[in-house]
Design a protein around this ligand. Structure first.
Ligand SMILES: [Zn+2]
Length: 322
């Protein structure tokens, strides 16, 4: 679905609501040769050196359906986000999002549900950027109260909360989610919000009319709360039998994934890059060498860069030189 031209006002509104930093990702228009999947990657300039910065032109192209961008939640300079998105793409996931949406209205927050290929994304917009940490405390507590499954815990499927980190270090990106109102490159289909007519203008008017979350309200809602115990270890489970190697600053993948089983000479786990896009349903695309956990591989074809980026720990490039 391709729109001819999108008005500058629409682009401006979109920036105001959703653009919190200049780093972004783009969904590949062509399926991966082996896995058939449309991965997201960080676009580079023509020489392949500098990462491109998100511009109004890029957003217009996204809204026109020419490309599909992914947005990062957290701005690392402020550790704040303009929105919280909850991604759910398993069976009955839409029901969970509607429950969550209803629970939010009780706190005076109007959240919008956007369709996705297999489920939906629930978007909560902020009046002004909110601390990622506070947002996570709030949503994790809501999820716990409603007994919703949360991905990354012992459960194979569940909701995923963006921002996925409490804070980012300089140079980190966190995790990106498909920008609202984008098409999916696999089927060129646009996913709209349920709450309005299916035109871009009606959708934007709807988003602008929502009762947003502000900091004062959020602080009041989370007073005395922390991330619930059973969810605090999400994404940080380390099997006890992992040998420790190397210096303190080294990236250790086993600190970031949940090993599902050990088989042969490998640990098997859900590939973080596949998982970002609702793939790897069996949770065993990633093999990590038991002997040397620095060696890992996604059988679906994700590169080391994609896996590291999905974990919010992109591969650092060598500094210096020209
Ligand atoms: Zn993968």
């Amino acid at each position: 679905m391709v729109e001819d031209v999108v008005s500058p006002d629409l682009v401006e509104d979109y920036c105001r609501l959703f653009m919190n930093r200049r780093a972004y990702t783009v969904q590949s228009a062509r399926p991966h040769r082996e896995s058939g999947r449309h991965y997201y990657y960080r676009p580079k300039d023509a020489k392949g050196r500098q990462a491109l910065a998100l511009s109004r032109k890029t957003i217009a192209q996204h809204l026109e359906g020419k490309i599909t961008i992914g947005l990062y939640a957290i701005n690392p300079r402020t550790q704040r986000c303009k929105w919280v998105a909850i991604d759910a793409d398993y069976e009955n996931s839409l029901e969970h999002l509607v429950k969550l949406q209803w629970e939010l209205t009780k706190d005076g927050i109007e959240a919008a549900i956007e369709k996705s290929r297999r489920g939906g994304h629930l978007w909560i917009l902020a009046e002004a950027p909110l601390l990622a940490k506070d947002c996570r405390v709030y949503i994790y507590n809501l999820a716990s109260k409603l007994k919703l499954p949360v991905k990354g815990t012992a459960l194979p499927e569940g909701i995923e909360i963006f921002p996925r980190h409490n804070s980012l270090k300089p140079g980190e990106f966190g995790n990106a989610i498909r920008g609202p109102l984008g098409i999916h490159q696999a089927n060129k289909k646009r996913y709209f919000f349920y709450g309005a007519d299916y035109t871009l203008q009606a959708q934007m008017d709807y988003l602008k009319s929502l009762g947003n979350l502000n900091e004062e309200r959020l602080k009041a809602l989370i007073a005395g709360m922390t991330v619930p115990e059973e969810l605090s270890e999400v994404h940080r489970r380390v099997p006890s039998f992992v040998p420790c190697r190397g210096s303190g600053n080294e990236f250790r993948i086993l600190e970031h994934i949940q090993v599902r089983r050990k088989s042969g000479r490998n640990f098997w786990a859900r590939c973080p890059s596949c998982a970002l896009y609702g793939h790897d349903r069996n949770g065993d695309n990633l093999a990590v060498s038991v002997d040397d956990p620095r060696k890992y591989r996604c059988w679906a074809g994700c590169t080391r860069e994609m896996i590291r980026e999905a974990l919010g720990h992109p591969v650092k490039r060598a500094v210096g030189g020209r």
